[in-house]
Design a protein around this ligand. Structure first.
Ligand code: PGA
Length: 263
């Protein structure tokens, strides 16, 4: 799998289905999406079903240009880790894996260190990590957004292969915007993306950081996507609730349009 290379970053829109759609429902929904999505080739389109539905979705989208991502994984390749899935199991089935989503951090106690181990493991098995970062409302209200994002970026994204940062996607998802219907402003997203890219520039090089794709996530809809996708530093979106509906196709289309690409 080759990365987007040195040219302009290819926009990427990923649908995070979270704990929705077991195999039968996932197949039916993917069948509904695949035809319209197959035409929107200027944007990378990723469907992230629950692990148990990955295989059926992959079978439906095979050959369409739409690819599949996982929502999480453990970093060990195999062993006595009841309930976990490993990078070895995902390799070849998925192109992407979401790591460090705020729901994983909040409900399952995932730390930056753990997320970093997972991101490093993803690279070892040809899985492209979509690493999520984002501040809580208390952080923002207390003026700590920059400090929190800095800690998360430095902690979660350390020690990755510098020559493969074009395979890295960072999703800026302010926790207060996830599932609340209250999206961030375009300015919030632009500021966060600029900070994330500057930090990656310090950790790696500015050339390598320029190849990383940064998504906005948090209450993205077909109505508001253009505001975010129009920002030069934002390369697409990680979509939760609206990815469970046919609206997802429209979000992809409007991302392409906002970037001046064929839609
Ligand atoms: P939302 O979720 O679009 O439902 O706010 C985004 C996410 O959690 O990735």
């Amino acid at each position: 799998m080759s990365g987007p290379g040195f040219g302009p970053r290819k926009p990427i829109v990923a649908g995070n289905w979270k704990m929705n759609y077991g195999p039968a429902e996932a197949r039916a929904f993917a069948e509904q999406l695949v035809e319209p999505l197959s035409h929107l080739r200027s944007v990378e389109r990723v469907l992230c079903p629950p692990a148990i539905s990955i295989d059926v979705v992959r079978a439906v989208v095979g050959g369409s240009g739409v690819v599949v991502g996982a929502q999480n994984m453990f970093y060990e390749p195999r062993g006595a880790y009841t309930g976990e899935i490993s990078p070895v199991m995902l390799q070849g089935l998925c192109h992407y894996v979401i790591l460090g989503h705020s729901e994983r951090r909040t409900y399952f106690g995932e730390t930056d260190e753990l997320v970093n181990q997972k991101a490093i493991a993803a690279y070892g098995y040809e899985l492209r990590p979509i690493v999520c970062v984002g501040e809580h409302l208390e952080d923002r209200d207390a003026g700590r957004t920059e400090r929190v994002l800095t800690e998360q970026v430095r902690g979660s994204l350390a020690a990755l292969p510098i020559d493969r940062l074009s395979d890295l996607v960072v999703a800026y998802e302010p926790v207060w915007a996830i599932g609340t219907g209250r999206a961030a402003t375009a300015q919030d997203a632009a500021d966060a993306a600029a900070l994330i890219r500057a930090l990656l520039g310090e950790m790696y090089t500015s050339e390598a950081a320029a190849r990383v794709r940064i998504q906005y996530g948090g209450s993205v809809t077909a109505e508001n996507i253009a505001e975010f996708a129009a920002l030069p530093d934002i390369d697409g979106a990680l979509v939760g609730g609206a990815s469970l509906k046919p609206e997802f196709v429209e979000i992809v289309r409007r991302t392409a349009a906002a970037k001046g690409l064929p839609a």
